[in-house]
Design a protein around this ligand. Structure first.
Ligand code: PLP
Length: 367
């Protein structure tokens, strides 16, 4: 093990390279441009590596678009559910394209675009999403415009649309069906555009994904409408690349063997709670089963259950899997728990600490 004190997130560049190779393949065979969705992953220490295989970034806010522009480069898409008056000029200064969420926002702010391409978010009303919370096409959704007539009324003022209606969709056929529904309903809109972003949520780097069929579909779509296609992967770019490295602080038994570690789901891997998931941990074969728990006072602060080859002891280190997407961008100071450092494992196996947090950071996060 490394000497770095736990807790820390560990990004494995070799694992990241595997995803980036698939992204390169998709770019080459589909003609699509691929932008990193910063809301999922914004750990800029590895952007040097990622920018060789991705065309740029997309964003959800002024700060994200600035981060993408300054730290990643390439093509920088600005999007936000709603821009404020005081943000718009800085957003435009830091982007290559600006995408509005509503026709209202388009009408309010398009005049500031300074000749940069303007887009609109299209909400086709259909989606693949397991959770209502994360379903952009849910009832009463505020995410994008869906009415064909209203969109056609402003079609001369937009160059493209962004459609984000997949969430963790690992089935090419469902993606294909969904896109066909979009084409059927919005074909006249698509014909008038220069570019279409198909958003994120497509698990095309997952094992077994029909990558070639996906590329063919994107290429045909691009040709049919005469558009440049963009993809905006977050999770697909960083899945299976990182772990949260923790140490066991206490061991107990209460009907199950418990191991309390020096990190927390709520503070460091929040989506486990939101989406009621458990993290992969332990070894497939081990005989000793433990429930691995966080150290906050939240009763349900549980990372998951795993098997280990020997009984766990105080001081043992554990790797909690799938800790890249929607983790570091969401970490917080709940319970005043020490915030995990960030480390990068290079291709040669060496590990480099790239960020540490201290008591001062905690103090400075409040006043
Ligand atoms: C969240 C989001 C993404 C990235 O989604 P993933 O599921 O992480 O791939 C891309 N585009 C938009 C507009 C988003 O809201």
């Amino acid at each position: 093990m490394h000497n770095i004190p736990t807790p820390y997130y560990l990004i494995d560049k070799q694992a990241l390279q595997r995803n980036l190779n698939i992204i390169d393949y998709v770019r080459e065979h589909s003609g699509a441009k691929v932008l990193l969705a910063l809301k999922c992953f914004a750990t800029w220490s590895v952007f040097d590596m990622m920018r060789k295989h991705m065309d740029g970034t997309t964003s959800s806010s002024l700060y994200e678009v600035k981060l993408g522009y300054q730290k990643f480069g390439g093509e920088t898409h600005a999007y936000s559910v709603a821009y404020a008056d005081h943000e718009i000029q800085e957003v435009v200064a830091n982007c290559d394209k600006i995408i509005f969420n509503s026709i209202n926002q388009l009408e309010r702010f398009a005049q500031y675009a300074k000749g940069k391409p303007v887009g609109l978010r299209l909400n086709p009303g259909v989606s693949v999403a397991g959770f209502d919370l994360a379903d952009p096409a849910r009832r009463f959704s505020r995410l994008g415009e869906g009415d064909v007539e209203r969109i056609m009324a402003v079609i001369d003022r937009i160059d493209g649309v962004m459609i984000h209606n997949n969430c963790e969709n690992d089935d090419f056929n469902r993606f294909d069906e969904l896109l066909a529904q979009v084409e059927q309903r919005y074909g006249h809109v698509l014909e008038r555009l220069n570019w279409v972003s198909l958003g994120g949520g497509i698990s095309f780097t997952a094992e077994g994904y029909q990558v070639d069929a996906f590329c063919r579909r994107l290429r045909e779509f691009a040709r049919k409408y005469g558009v440049q296609v963009y993809l905006e992967p977050g999770e697909a770019a960083v899945r299976h690349t990182s772990t949260l490295e923790v140490s066991v602080l206490d061991i107990g038994y209460n009907g199950k063997h418990l191991a309390v570690v020096d990190a927390s789901t709520e503070a460091h891997m929040l989506d486990l709670l939101i989406y009621r998931e458990t993290a992969p941990l332990g070894e497939a074969e081990g005989e000793h089963e433990y429930m691995v728990c966080g150290k906050t006072c939240l009763a349900g602060d549980i990372f998951g259950e795993g098997r280990f080859s020997r009984p766990l002891q105080v001081g043992d280190r554990i790797s909690i899997g799938d800790a890249a997407g929607y983790t570091m961008v969401k970490k917080n100071w709940f319970n005043g728990v020490n915030m995990p450092s960030i480390a990068v494992k290079e291709a040669d196996g060496s590990v480099r600490l790239v960020r540490e947090f201290s008591f001062d950071d905690y103090v400075n996060s409040l006043s």
